[in-house]
Design a protein around this ligand. Structure first.
Ligand code: ADP
Length: 225
């Protein structure tokens, strides 16, 4: 299958700390990959470099064959909004906006008119088990519901890749289980690939493949690009 996202020989230092020491990782279209490893091993740095949030010191990142790490910040920011979706540990929803507008936000930032964006956003509520929650503010949602709203927001612009950083870290086990099931299912249903940073083997168990990071290097499972 075609490779969707490829990181080649990625390095990143913070002062004397080598956060990434030359990482190769290729993720195929439709594939779900877990990035595991102890705290401080470089997982978040790898995710941030792949997602265009951070520029690697050296190496390259390619999305669907096009290089993205050397884009100007403005272009990378547009790319993050249109081609990538993000789910973080704490949903990071805007507390003052109702759930449907939170989901619609990436579309509105991309200049889709508000009404149309909210209509598109609402289509996600049924499939994610959120029927009737459209008008609730994040404070009126359970942790699991809020993460499902965050999943809808990550997918609403039909991204090529969804990045998730400890998406179930703040949830109890059974809610976390259900959240991962929905995240993997909805992402695959939309033809996107999924990259999940986690220290939880149960979360990784939902993915097609796990790669282990130790001291800024990949131990196993990375496909050389
Ligand atoms: P993980 O996600 O596996 O916990 P990180 O990628 O966050 O690991 O960090 C890898 C290493 O880089 C750690 O030693 C961490 O302290 C260091 N590091 C990460 N981000 C920064 C930063 N902004 N400034 C300084 N050091 C950092």
């Amino acid at each position: 299958m075609k490779q969707a996202l490829v990181g080649r020989a990625l390095t990143k230092r913070f002062g004397q700390t080598v956060a990434l020491g030359g990482v190769d990782l290729a993720v195929r279209a439709g594939e779900a990959v877990a990035i595991m490893g102890p705290s401080g091993s470089g997982k978040s740095t790898l995710l941030h470099c792949l997602a265009g949030i951070m520029k690697p010191d050296s190496g390259e990142v390619h999305l669907l064959g096009g290089r993205i790490d050397d884009m100007r910040e403005r272009d990378r920011s547009a790319l993050r909004r249109t081609r990538f979706g993000f789910v973080f540990q704490f949903g990071q929803l805007l507390p003052e906006l109702p759930a449907d507008e939170n989901v619609a936000l990436p579309l509105m930032l991309g200049d889709v008119p508000r009404q149309q964006a909210v209509r598109q956003a609402r289509d996600w509520f049924g499939p994610l088990g959120l029927h009737g929650m459209e008008g609730r503010r994040p404070g009126e949602l359970s942790g699991g519901q809020a993460q499902r709203v965050a999943i809808a927001r990550a997918l609403v612009s039909k991204p090529a890749v969804v990045f998730a950083d400890e998406p179930t870290g703040a949830l109890d086990q059974s809610t976390g289980h259900e959240t991962m099931r929905l995240l993997v299912e909805a992402t695959k249903h939309n033809g996107a690939c999924l990259i999940v940073v986690t220290h939880d083997p149960n979360v990784a168990g939902w993915c097609d493949r796990t790669v282990e990071v130790r001291d800024g290097h990949l131990l196993a499972g990375g496909v050389r690009a």
